[in-house]
Design a protein around this ligand. Structure first.
Ligand SMILES: [Zn+2]
Length: 470
């Protein structure tokens, strides 16, 4: 079992990055009035939240024979203390909140590491709709915040590198924005922001995106631009600097993202590629069906063609009985005119039930549709808002109306939107902080944690669970 002490070096590095961040966000300074009061940690002695009645049932019995490490001693998690390091056999899913988009770190049961997206949307106080507060503050870039977080938690797992870096789609709140004033990478000819900053500072083995090596699979709201050119430079640099393998995500496969360190010990772990670029797994073998118009028709549609969001990389992770879904910014926007714009419904049909899901497209309007939610029947939904309109009230009502009353966690939210959400806000388990799902060896049960995001110390604010996997 690997359970090395976490290096303290990363804490020292944090202070050194702040100045760079200040230069990057000159226009964001001054929006401090939007920053809500920091939530005080709950009492350190708070007992484990029993949830809504389904927590702690542990009724699945045993470890399911899925190869879990029966000898693992799970670290004790306490409110007010630093969230403890991953130990072998656990599956950790860290939704890192920067207030500027999405970034999720996965530490898989054998120590394989994967970062999905690295937010870094540049935006100032004049953006409409307004942004959520950046975390921990405006003086540090989201790329730096993610880099520090990832370095802290991958240290005991994968020798300080990422096995996989995955980009769901090319929007700035997942890739990062480009600015001519962003700092140049020390060894590269690209500028660092969001994913390119994280990738410049943390080595990785494999980069997977939705359309390598073409980058030209044009969507209605994407075109060649400086951000894409910069990203392509970064991709090419990584092949030389790290010897990185770069490949496109292929829907239908269950052997593209695999355990790299000890796969035979965890036969109950798989990642199934569900969808990308309108191609959706059929549920049979690795077969896919194309839900989009043919490319010639697609291009002729111009601005009515497929949006970048519905091209997002989508996958389902299974660890024993535990199942988790992540689908980038999938949505059903525009389905009344073009039925194929509802990518969620075919994705839901083939995904089936899960325990935990990341909400599509930050929980905004015209996402997380009824048929999709009823197919997944999540017990917990993780939402990562970064705009004032996220999450949307109707979207939340659909989630809460599900028969199993899923628990809803948000990693950020504006004060104005809390008002808009009205009484449903009381149904949220958390509205601010990094969110961590820790699945115990074998996948039979899991707990969910909210971590403080007003500094970079990763202290636990709230504990929910444990919950039995379905
Ligand atoms: Zn997004």
């Amino acid at each position: 079992m690997k359970n090395k002490k976490i290096s303290r070096r990363s804490f020292l590095e944090r202070g050194g990055m702040a100045g760079i961040g200040f230069m990057l966000f000159p226009f964001a300074i001054g929006c401090g009035k939007d920053i809500p009061e920091i939530e005080k940690p709950t009492e350190p002695t708070e007992p484990i939240d029993p949830g809504n009645g389904d927590g702690g049932d542990g009724g699945d019995g045993g470890d399911g024979g899925n190869g879990g490490d029966g000898g693992t001693t799970l670290p004790v998690v306490k409110v007010g203390e630093v969230f403890p390091a991953w130990v072998e056999g656990c599956l950790d899913i860290h939704a890192i909140n920067t207030g500027r988009g999405e970034s999720t770190l996965y530490i898989l049961p054998d120590g394989t590491t994967m970062l999905v997206d690295a937010s870094g949307s540049l935006g100032g106080p004049t953006v409409d709709p307004p942004l959520t507060p950046s975390k921990p503050n405006d003086s540090v870039t989201s790329g730096t915040v993610i880099t520090n977080y990832v370095k802290h938690y991958i240290a005991p797992a994968s020798n300080n590198k990422l096995n996989y870096l995955l980009l769901t789609h090319y929007h700035a709140d997942h890739l990062g924005s480009y600015s001519a004033s962003s700092p140049l990478a020390p060894e590269g000819n690209f500028r660092m922001g969001g994913l390119t900053e994280v990738g410049a500072k943390i080595p990785f083995d494999t980069l997977i995106d939705r359309d390598y090596p073409n980058f030209k699979y044009k969507t209605a709201d994407m075109s060649d631009n400086n951000a894409m050119s910069n990203y392509v430079k970064f991709v090419n640099w990584s092949k030389t600097a790290y010897g990185a393998v770069v490949e496109p995500f292929e829907a239908g496969r269950d052997d593209q993202i695999v355990l790299k360190q000890n796969a035979s010990k965890y036969p109950g772990f798989t990642i199934r590629n569900i969808a990308v670029n309108g191609k959706v797994w059929t549920g049979s073998g690795t077969n896919v069906k194309n839900t989009f118009p043919e490319l010639t028709e697609w291009l002729a549609l111009g601005s009515n063609g497929p949006a970048e969001n519905i091209c997002s990389i989508t996958f389902r992770l299974t660890y024993g009985k535990f199942k988790y879904f992540a689908g980038g910014d999938l949505q059903y926007n525009g389905k009344s005119t073009y039925a194929w714009k509802d990518i969620e419904t075919p994705v839901g049909e083939v995904t089936g039930e899960v325990d935990v899901m990341k909400a599509n497209h930050h929980g905004t309007s015209n996402t997380n549709g009824d048929a999709f939610l009823k197919a997944l029947k999540p017990k917990a939904v993780l939402i990562h808002p970064w705009r004032d309109v996220q999450p949307n009230l109707d979207t939340i009502k659909r989630m809460l109306a599900l028969p199993n009353s899923p628990q809803v966690f948000a990693s950020n939210m504006t004060e104005a939107n809390k008002v808009r959400l009205g009484s449903t806000i009381s149904d949220f388990k958390s509205t601010q902080g990094h969110i961590v799902v820790r699945v115990e060896p074998g996948g039979t049960q899991y707990s969910i944690y909210s971590l403080e995001d007003s500094n970079q110390e990763y202290k636990v604010k709230q504990i929910f669970g444990p919950y039995g996997s379905k």
